[in-house]
Design a binder for this molecule. Structure first.
Ligand SMILES: [Zn+2]
Length: 133
């Protein structure tokens, strides 16, 4: 299992292995818990509706410093992949940037919690930007 390799490598890694116990969030490759907004607990995904993907991808930071010319991002490496946006219980979209839309909470509009690919129509929710209830 990749997450046990991940925890072995964690000592020398700057990566998201801080989320050491991700295995408890996954059942047969899918989310075993309800996924909710970290701020208002609005329900984003029902259990068993998204598939875990481990892939490094940059996501803009939730708060950007003022007078910053370019968007600050952080590389996140664990995502819930949602094939169909109608799978979401609640989700909001920001404006498109190229072929990407960013996902925000439908209720409090905070985020981004992930991104949506306009070409493949798949959505990616960062495990570290949501809460598992
Ligand atoms: Zn919210």
């Amino acid at each position: 299992m990749w997450w046990s390799m991940c925890s072995i490598a964690a000592s020398g890694s700057r990566y998201v292995c801080s989320m050491a116990d991700v295995s408890s969030l996954v059942s047969e490759g899918q989310n075993s818990h309800i996924v909710v907004c970290t701020h208002c607990e609005s329900r984003v995904l029902s259990p068993q509706s998204a598939t875990l993907l481990k892939k490094s991808y940059p996501l803009p930071m939730p708060t950007q410093p003022k007078n910053q010319l370019s968007t600050l991002t952080e590389d996140l490496s664990e995502w819930w992949v949602v094939d169909d946006m109608f799978t979401f219980d609640n989700i909001g979209f920001s404006h498109s940037v190229g072929s990407t839309k960013y996902l925000v909470c439908a209720d409090c509009e905070r985020g981004p919690v992930g991104w949506h690919d306009n070409n493949t129509r798949k959505s990616y929710v960062a495990l570290t930007r949501v809460k598992h209830a």
